[in-house]
Design a protein around this ligand. Structure first.
Ligand code: TMP
Length: 212
């Protein structure tokens, strides 16, 4: 796959505010006349959204770690084939709320499945497609869970299986995100998720404007 557009991903803990920041960036780029595809993982095309429901349904507590990682990559493969790849081939800017880095930190490290397993599945599902730029909206595990639970209480829904994991799991994920940012400083840019929304938006733009 030889992408021609620009592929930007947003990563971070649940409740980090990355989704809001991604929508704000999309609006800014659209107002500049750019064509934007917004997607989110797990999810995107309808088939991937069905996989999302299985993954996040709080009723599915028995989902095994192997099933979990395969389903995240199944959703990703569908998103890459049906939405992301074609949009990049058309020269568009693709913004994705999470991508393979999430599998690396949540399944590879959090679940202990290892980075080799993630690499093998990435080869099959993404066939070399990596983000050009990744914005990592940084909030720690405690703040993340407090925000996620507050949101779940305010708008009750059943997509809480990952939020229900123990705090130790979320701490491992947080550390893995920081290790990733340290390992790939050119691609993965950390922004302070505890700042005010407008300040975060300015920081995101100062990074992205150099790439678009
Ligand atoms: P979100 O839509 O609120 O970001 O929730 C998606 C959840 O799924 C979140 O807890 C992170 C988790 N996740 C993984 O564990 N692995 C993955 O590969 C992806 C994309 C998400």
């Amino acid at each position: 796959m030889k992408p021609r557009g620009i592929f930007i991903t947003f990563e971070g803990m649940d409740g980090s505010g990355k989704t809001t920041q991604m929508h704000r960036l999309a609006e800014r780029l659209r107002s500049m006349g750019r064509t934007i595809l917004e997607t989110a993982e797990p999810g995107g095309p309808p088939i991937a959204q069905k996989i999302r429901r299985i993954l996040l349904d709080s009723a599915n507590q028995e989902l095994s770690p192997a099933t979990e990682i395969l389903l995240y990559f199944a959703s990703r493969a569908q998103n890459v084939d049906q939405w992301i790849g074609p949009a990049l081939a058309r020269g568009e800017i693709v913004l994705s709320d999470r991508f393979t880095d999430s599998s690396l930190v949540y399944q590879g490290v959090g679940r202990g499945l290892g980075i080799d397993a993630v690499g093998e599945l990435e080869r099959i599902a993404c066939r070399g497609l990596k983000p050009d730029l990744t914005i990592l909206v940084d909030v720690d595990a405690e703040a993340s869970l407090a925000r996620a639970w507050a949101r779940n209480e305010a708008q009750p829904h059943c997509e809480t299986r990952m939020d229900d994991q123990a705090i130790e799991f979320h701490r491992k994920v947080y550390q893995a995100y920081h290790a990733l940012a340290a390992a790939e400083p050119e691609r993965v840019k950390l922004v302070n998720g505890r700042a005010a929304m407008d300040a975060i938006e300015r920081e995101v733009w100062s990074i992205v404007s150099a790439h678009v």
